[in-house]
Design a protein around this ligand. Structure first.
Ligand SMILES: [Zn+2]
Length: 179
């Protein structure tokens, strides 16, 4: 068994899946399939099982992930979860691979910049529940960055969160107790 990958590196792009797959050398490698627009990300399963994973980016075809190239590396949203086989489940965030369920003890999140908290707080509503995705769209930030900041705000008592049908929602906390 090789050690699981802790980062995801884009090694290139190609027009078709088999061409993209040929660019991969091992766990942690990924390649884009681009025809007119980005269609999918092909990656060697980062747990080292040897399988190839296809992450769809085309909203016209089935469930689609978001690819974000801002920051130091690739970001994919939401998390990638393989239903069968090795059941790998992980987050790709600024080129860093964060494992869920397994291998979590070696996880190291991207560096935190608390400057984002003010903007996330401003993006929250006191009554309308918003997802991290919706807030990220509104303030033009990376979803995982917003998600982390929103959870820090919850920890500080400035926001509230709850899970409904598998999705987390955030609202600004009431400020009526202040002053
Ligand atoms: Zn695997």
């Amino acid at each position: 068994m090789t050690a699981p990958a802790r980062s995801l590196r884009l090694v290139g792009q190609a027009k078709y899946r088999d061409e993209a797959e040929a660019l991969l050398n091992g766990p942690g490698d990924a390649a884009l399939v681009v025809r007119g627009r980005a269609r999918s990300v092909i990656m060697t399963c980062p747990d080292g099982c040897g399988e190839t994973l296809v992450v769809n980016l085309d909203p016209r075809a089935n469930k689609a992930w978001r690819l974000d190239m801002r920051g130091e590396g690739v970001t994919l949203y939401p998390s990638v979860w393989r239903d069968g086989g090795c059941e790998s489940h992980f987050v790709v965030w600024r080129g860093v691979l964060i494992w869920c369920d397994r291998f979590t003890s070696g996880n190291v999140e991207p560096r935190y910049n608390p400057d984002i908290e003010k903007r996330v707080l401003a993006g929250l509503d006191a009554t309308i529940p918003l997802t991290a995705e919706a807030i990220a769209d509104a303030i033009d930030e990376i979803v995982w960055d917003v998600n982390r900041a929103a959870n820090r705000l919850v920890g500080k008592g400035l926001a509230r969160s709850w899970k409904q049908d598998g999705t987390w929602y955030f609202v600004r906390a009431d400020e009526e107790d202040e002053g």
